[in-house]
Design a binder for this molecule. Structure first.
Ligand code: RB5
Length: 149
């Protein structure tokens, strides 16, 4: 499975730790993030990662900035992207089950490293519920961004 990742300067360490963990578990990582602590703009990195997911170059995307807020907003501007900002494992499970999220966002300044790893594992392990109500709502999201097939 291919995972696209991106981050800004606030999240280099967390990106590296999550990337290493996932590579050890057999995932292929495409790194769209910055690798230095020099200040950068999260819309540039979040959108590049989201485009790769929307174009099916990756199965899922994981984006990280200081809070996870800015980079999730950027990702969600790309048609076809459903990026959930997750602060705990329950968020991660529910954004997969209910929203069929194809991207996960986290905050490196607001979420601890071990919690972040648990969130990633929960996100990747949880399937979409396929519930009829959830399918209908996701179709409405696709109508909103023009990505409906
Ligand atoms: C960068 O200082 C910070 O604003 C960014 O990482 C993020 O938290 C924005 O939402």
């Amino acid at each position: 499975m291919k995972i696209a990742m991106a981050n800004d300067h606030a999240a280099v360490a967390m990106k590296n730790e999550i990337k290493k963990m996932l590579e050890e578990e057999g995932y292929e990582i495409i790194n769209f993030g910055t690798d230095t602590n020099d200040s950068v703009d999260y819309p540039d990195f979040g959108s590049a990662c989201a485009r790769a997911v929307a174009n099916k170059e990756a199965d899922f995307g994981i984006v990280i900035c200081g809070t996870g807020i800015g980079i999730s907003i950027a990702a969600n501007k790309i048609p076809g992207i459903r990026c959930g900002l997750c602060k705990d494992v329950t968020d991660a499970k529910l954004t997969r089950e209910h929203n069929d999220a194809n991207m996960l966002s986290m905050g490196a300044r607001t979420t601890g490293m071990e919690t972040a790893k648990d969130i990633v594992h929960a996100f990747l392990a949880t399937p979409f519920s396929n519930g009829v109500n959830h399918v209908r709502r996701i179709a409405k999201l696709a109508d909103l961004d023009g990505s409906a097939e």
